[in-house]
Design a protein around this ligand. Structure first.
Ligand code: NAD
Length: 352
């Protein structure tokens, strides 16, 4: 039998608390970590949850900052850094989705401050040392172990306010982390296992969340899936699919989770012949012999957007995006060409 291929797997040290009501553990976790003065970055549309977190933490020691934009514009990150430094903060608390955590990571990178993350979407960023920052219509993605949150509190109650459509799209963002983890050059037996279990959970629970947004058991199932999806992304990294999504978000301003839902089936279809093992894993998780059709059905079932045209991407934008994607040199299981990426984007512009 051939010796196993040599693999490298980087584990990351994060304390995770998961469960309904887990938010109430946050003050003790921060006290244990020695936190004194906190910046609370709030990316939620209503003040209620941030008011609750600030009250829990002791309002007198919390500097509150709002995060209202996606894709981490460099100016926003810079203003947050300046406020945090002026406020004498020693820990960052990020309450929100991937955008809020992205700003927290940019600040952590610039200041060296540790992050406690309280995710409210299924983006999975809280598990990764990866962050993006957008400047001059270009989203640059970096990796630095230092920005990985030291504490993560997953409380399904905090996701109940995420509307059905946004929940569906955000869940497909997590699905995309799992699927692409099956073919990146950094994949390992650990990321395969984690992504497989994450995908199973997401495929089973996401339709339930969309049909019954108040179902805490289903919300918990999707949040566990998102946790695993984030771990898979952290270990396996990303390839062509995520690069396309970052170009569409950073340069064309399209919403991140929605873009994943439109692009993922088209990318899987494009690389399918080169990754039969990945297709088999996706098919098993979705209980179908046709992984691409299964992914399209899942996206439709959870009400996620299904065409980039619906999100506002024109044919001319798609042609330009294809060139930008290829210029960044993403890895993929098939050769990456402008014509190939343009074909993916053309397919993703049309609803199935
Ligand atoms: P987001 O953080 O931008 O949130 C989307 C919208 O949902 C916002 O309007 C927000 O206010 C609202 N929202 C969030 N939680 C809510 C809740 N519980 N109830 C009601 N409304 C709520 O979206 P996202 O998809 O979580 O994050 C996208 C960003 O995260 C992108 O910039 C993407 O690149 C990044 N990301 C990074 C990683 C990583 O590992 N670095 C992984 C995934 C995504």
């Amino acid at each position: 039998m051939a010796a196993p291929a040599r693999v490298r797997h980087d584990g990351h040290a994060t304390t995770v608390v998961f469960g309904t009501g887990a938010l109430s553990d946050l003050p003790d976790l921060l006290a244990e970590a020695g936190a004194r003065r906190l910046a609370l970055l709030d990316g939620l549309p209503h003040a209620g949850p941030a008011d609750r977190v600030a009250a829990l933490l002791g309002p007198g020691r919390v500097l509150r900052l709002r995060v209202e934009q996606q894709h981490v514009p460099s100016g926003l990150a810079e203003r947050a850094r300046a406020a945090v430094e002026a406020g004498g903060v020693d820990w960052l608390v990020a309450l929100g989705g991937g955008s809020t955590l992205g700003v927290a990571k940019a600040v952590a990178h610039a200041t060296g401050l540790p992050i406690a993350a309280v995710p409210t979407t299924y983006a999975g960023s809280e598990m990764t040392p990866i962050w993006g920052i957008t400047e001059d219509a270009h989203k640059r993605v970096s990796r630095d172990p230092w920005v990985l949150p030291r504490l993560v509190v997953y409380d399904p109650e905090l996701t109940v306010g995420l509307p059905s459509r946004a929940s569906g799209a955000s869940g497909i963002n997590a699905v995309a982390h799992c699927v692409e983890a099956f073919w990146t050059p950094r994949r390992t037996p650990v990321t395969d296992a984690v992504a497989t279990e994450g995908l199973l959970l997401l495929a089973r629970e996401l339709p339930r969340v969309v049909r019954h947004p108040g179902d805490l058991a289903a919300r918990g199932g999707v949040l566990r899936g998102a946790w695993l999806a984030g771990l898979a992304l952290a270990g396996a990294g990303t390839a062509l699919h995520h690069r396309i999504c970052h170009v569409l978000g950073g340069t064309f301003g399209l919403p991140h989770a929605d873009v994943h839902a439109c692009v993922l089936p088209a990318v899987v279809e494009h690389v399918a012949a080169a990754v039969p093992d990945a297709l088999a894993r996706v098919g098993r998780a979705l209980d179908t012999a046709d992984a691409v059709a299964g992914l399209r059905a899942l996206c439709g079932d959870v009400g996620a957007p299904t065409s980039l045209t619906e999100l506002g991407l024109t044919g001319a934008d798609a042609a330009r995006a294809a060139e930008l994607v290829v210029a960044e040199g993403p890895t993929a299981p098939v050769p990456v060409t402008v014509a190939g990426v343009a074909a993916i984007l053309d397919r993703a512009r049309i609803a199935p």
